[in-house]
Design a protein around this ligand. Sequence first.
Ligand SMILES: [Zn+2]
Length: 523
Amino acid sequence: MRFRHLAALALAVTLPLVAAEGVDPEIPATLAFLTSPGLGGRGASEPGGEVAARFLANRLASMGWLPAGDATPEGRSFFQTVPAIAATYDPGASWIETRKNDGKLGVRVAGSSGTGGFRFVPDRGDTVVVESKLVFAGFGIRAPEHAHDDYAKLDVGGKTVLVFSSEPREQDETSPWNGARATRHALASTKQRLAESLGARALLIVPNPAGKAKSAADLARDEEASWLGLAAASPSIPVVYVDAETAKLLLQGSRFDLEKVSKQLEAGKPVAKELRDRVFGLHIAMKDRKDVRLTNVVARLGVENAASAILLGAHWDGLGEKGGAGYQGADDNASGVAAAMAAAKALKASPPRSADVYLALWTGEERGLLGSRHFVAHPPALPLRAAVNLDMLGRNNLDRPDYANVLQLIYSARAPILREIATSANHETGWDLRFYGALRFQPISDHASLAEAGIPVVYPFSGYEPDYHTPADTRDKVLLERIDRSARYVEALVRLLAEKADSIRLDPSIEGAPPADAFERGY
Ligand SMILES: [Zn+2]
């Protein structure tokens, strides 16, 4: 029912008829539709997002691609339903506290207390309650390569762990911890995984007095109260960012001084302490929990007798109605979808014979790679030998003309053949390819989901620009010729990957990535 109404809305959005010279009209048409105000920024769980998904499925059907989403009583659908949960963090009903061992309340800090309180970035649908002993564990880092182990003398099983933010000597250019740049040990997600693997029940992070971040708000990125996640995922232990004032209250009466401890830790002396005289309590309230269904679009070319497949993917979702900001998400990622659609049309006109090609247009990338994570958990029948992810192909890196001819190529370093294929595929289009091979990938785009599932990935990326994730990422600023050239490159890349599908493999014995080509990183 919902869709019938949405289809009517889709028809109300007019398609442009003017195309730039030499550019496949599929590109401006896709861009115009996806960025139109009627789609409201294509939020994954919002009506405009569903309109985008239907539009793309209709286009693929008219190109002659076959549906490869869910099996339904009427046959295959272009849509793959992604069961998800939406909920909202309720700071007003949340608190952290300490109790004496006899049960008497020590201190309680409310989630709504703002500065001097604590912050929680929602990552689950249900309220979480923890009652446990509290342990201070330095930076919460275990890094054998730096002979550093904050957990060496601690048993944190069943307890809540309080740690400093980031890593030792965070602002010291001469630090063996990658100078003033952070190592992966500094990430909250690394600390969370480690604490969880040691049996901890919750993680509290307080700014290190000697570090860059000064408040819980500095540490809590993306503070939006609303949360959207996969129904099938189980949340990790909660991470709560506490202000120094709050940490002091929790430690009150313990003669444990964070300033002093920071100095010791910065000097390389480990500090750990269990507070045996109190019980720590955490109550993080989530409200308005509801089940929602998100939508991937999945299609295939249908090669006869194919034994394997190549995947081409791009996320269709944007930031949606968030704060009423009026996002278009033109570069991120209408540009990648437009390139995928143009490449899809060209591939359909003369399909590769050696392997099947799947096209996946994912939902919920902006909410934590939801669509691609669901996709890899429910993959197509044919084994995927390689995946190409398209995300941001519309503007020059940093908006600088000296990057006009440059395309970054992020790829799985354990499959060196990808680099050879990516180079050969560039014969016609002549990009100045800048390679970035990696063994593991930060979850910055959907290729990370595929890489985690053991699929070799290639990710052509034009770079970040000043309007990234702002309402100023508009259609008038994306370069149609750049997207068109990217699409032609992607078409050649997918053809070659299909041709070589059976020789693409990850080699687990490769332990290092080659040095990355120059490509400045901004924003
Ligand atoms: Zn994106």
